[in-house]
Design a protein around this ligand. Structure first.
Ligand SMILES: Nc1ncnc2c1ncn2[C@@H]1O[C@H](COP(=O)(O)OP(=O)(O)OP(=O)(O)O)[C@@H](O)[C@H]1O
Ligand SMILES: [Mg+2]
Length: 262
């Protein structure tokens, strides 16, 4: 179908299920068809850049939002790491993509980064930033924004949910992941997200049907197979997009299904 405006897709799910893998795959597929892709790594433990094939050196050159205390203060009215600070209602984010993105093969990457206060710090200003960015960013029909979210639900807010068109929950075969998917779906619905889907990852053929049945509470966009090559690519620091084709066709199917649903 022809979309009048571009899509903003958020990818969520339990830790380690394959959010970054799916995010990278979709970035690649949208970019391949000529869309301008903005990949947003909203995980403080950032690794979407590596999955997209950026080198360590290229990634080191990038300024993350969390790195830039002055920017984040100006734009959100709060010091990073200050819980409960008051934010301005309308931080200006219009120029952020130009200043804070690095680009490779037509994919632009924006990283929220890790707050320098470490694990103890509040990630609230960064989350406010992403919320504002998603709500204010003008996404034309030739643009696609793909957000690789942090695992877990604590950071989810109405503002973040309102800013995205599609919410994909990645699920791996396992009861714990199914439960997280259910909880995430409920929260996303409560927060007002309309298009909530699942993608099942790391699936072996013999268990595919069991998994599909267990997930009857969510529309499923598709299934990605378990593939040793994905692990090998991660081990050797390579992008799955160059080393692996087994995810490509299922990925194309997932994208097609998504477009049919919308
Ligand atoms: N289809 C697959 N087959 C085999 N291994 C996979 C598959 N998808 C992902 N993996 C592996 O599982 C691990 C986690 O994947 P990934 O980083 O994409 O998950 P994540 O949900 O983004 O994790 P995190 O919560 O840490 O951000 C990686 O080592 C990755 O290589
Ligand atoms: Mg990840």
């Amino acid at each position: 179908m022809a979309l009048e405006k571009g899509l903003k897709i958020a990818i969520s799910g339990k830790g380690g299920v394959g959010k970054t893998t799916l995010a990278a795959l979709l970035c690649y597929l949208y970019s391949r068809e000529g869309k301008k892709v903005l990949a947003v790594d909203a995980d403080p433990d950032a690794n979407l850049g590596m999955a997209l094939g950026f080198s360590v050196e290229e990634l080191q050159l990038a300024t993350t939002i969390a790195d830039d205390r002055k920017l984040i203060k100006e734009r959100t009215g709060a010091e990073p790491g200050t819980p409960g600070a008051l934010f301005n209602l309308n931080p200006r984010v219009d120029d952020i993509p130009k200043k804070y993105v690095i680009e490779k093969d037509g994919i632009k990457l924006l990283q929220l980064g890790q707050s320098s206060s470490g694990g103890s710090g509040c990630y609230c200003p960064e989350n406010t930033f992403i919320k504002t960015l998603l709500n204010h960013l003008v996404v034309g029909e030739n643009d696609t924004v793909i957000v690789d979210m942090e695992a877990g639900l604590e950071h989810m807010s109405r503002g973040t949910a309102r800013g995205v068109d599609v919410f994909i929950i990645v699920v791996e075969p396992g009861q714990r992941s199914f439960q997280t998917a259910k909880a995430t779906m409920k929260l996303a619905r409560d927060l007002g997200v309309k298009n909530i889907f699942a993608v099942i990852n790391k699936v072996r053929p013999e268990i595919e049907n069991i998994v599909l049945e267990a997930l009857d509470f969510l529309p499923i966009l598709g299934v990605l197979p378990f593939d040793e090559e994905v692990i090998n690519a991660d081990l050797t620091g390579k992008t799955i997009l160059n080393t692996n084709n087994k995810l490509l066709h299922p990925g194309i199917k997932i994208k097609k299904n998504l477009e049919q649903y919308l």
